[in-house]
Write a protein that binds this ligand. Sequence first.
Ligand code: GLC
Length: 536
Amino acid sequence: MTHSDRADWWRGAAIYELYVQSFADAGGDGIGDLPGVRARLPHLADLGIDAIWYTPWYPSPRADAGYDVADYRSIDPAFGTLADADALITAGHRHGIKTIIDIVPNHCSDQHPWFQAALSAPPGSPERGRFWFRPGRGPGGDQPPNDWQSIFGGPAWTRTITPDGAPGEWYLHLFAPEQPDFNWASPEVRAEFEDILRFWFDRGADGVRIDSAALLTKDPRLPDFGPQDPSPYTDRDDVHDIYRAWRAVADQYPGRVLIGEIWLPDAARLASYLNELHTVFNFPYLCCPWDASQLRAVIDSTLELHAAAGAPATWVLSNHDVDRHVSRYGRADTSFALDRRDHSQPVDLALGTRRARAAALLTMALPGAVYIYQGEELGLWEVEDIPAQLRRDPIWYRTGGADPGRDGSRVPLPWSGPEPPFGFSPPDAAKPPWLPQPAAWRELTAEAETGEPDSMLELYRTALRIRRAEPALGDGHLSWLPAPDRVLAFDRGGVLCVANLSAAPVELPAHTEILLASGPLPDGQLPPDTAAWLRR
Ligand code: GLC
């Protein structure tokens, strides 16, 4: 039985986050699509991943890049058809690649039929009961029902207009106004999502990434809250009831995995979700600066909490919501926080790339599952100079540009050729890529990097091949080895990983073979910002 045939394949999997609109455009409209993915599956099979997580592929007006879903059981016509999705799931399975879909349960699109029905229905109606509609405060009800702020900036409430044109009730949206929050106290909402899970599991989906998983339930009193108060909408105890029910659904389908997108600073609270979900994303690791003692502390607390829950850890360096790590690690401040994106710091791309190579080997050697965000295998950096008029992220608009937003991590992939669209779209494409690609990416195309022994792509291919072939890697245990200051060294049962985050070269621990290194090892020493895999 191969690793991917096992029901618990996800415990040590390498999972590729595929951002659909930026992966590959077969149709020539400048937007990635499912036939584009289908044509590039060999690239992914060759990379050596076990599963693809597709960001939302449903019909959507794309006020938040598809995280505003208008129909959870269909495919956006810009991406293809349900038949394309079925074919992709099947073709993936033929390549040994599983499919993870993205479910967005906190909110839908304002174009979703339920929200449209709610807008046409009167206050107090069952249609409005699936969302959070409330009268405003103050004279004429012209103040929002409470003081909650949208995570994307501005108030979390928008006022409706009644059919006769008068101002009406307000509705809650923790994100953009085009993303009304569902009321999870409604049994209809609960039943609907359990049915959506079954719909995709029945079509062959192997797992579900749960968007904004800690936000679903709200304090029904909808209280104002100050900085000292517990959040009335984040990580409430009753959200676990929802996932107990989801787990019961998933358990009827062997081998399926539930993955929570949960941003919580408190690692113990994060781990509490492992009572219901199989895994959660490890954002403390992503946010951690390039610093040996802080990384070691995050690794230790992650492993401890996951071991207590009997769940595998996950390791994530980048995704479509954060600055790409080549850029993060090339700045003076290498940490990351969602609410502190800062594109004013200079970036040393050579340094960032060297560290990203070392980080790749460190991350892929840790016990558990690893996530790879599309383009990190090419060494792409955060594109910080997208002209204002081409930006799409609601964060950028809703903060008046104070927060640069996430467009810079979402630029379409460069596949081949010397100039944009770099094979992302066909040569006769009607439109340019939906976000502009830097000319310098001519050196980072999959084509240019293939066969180049020092390229990021070949490093990822080799690392993933070794990771798959070595039973000691993936799921399992780690033991720390004695190491000099600011050096991380551990043993994975015969395979050693050592990463030098100090400023001087260090000796390698005793070994019989060098399996892989992220850079040259002059005089057999490990230079700064370099990592190696060794056989004991
Ligand atoms: C998640 C997604 C992000 C989206 C938000 C609202 O954090 O990863 O891209 O904007 O949820 O759905």
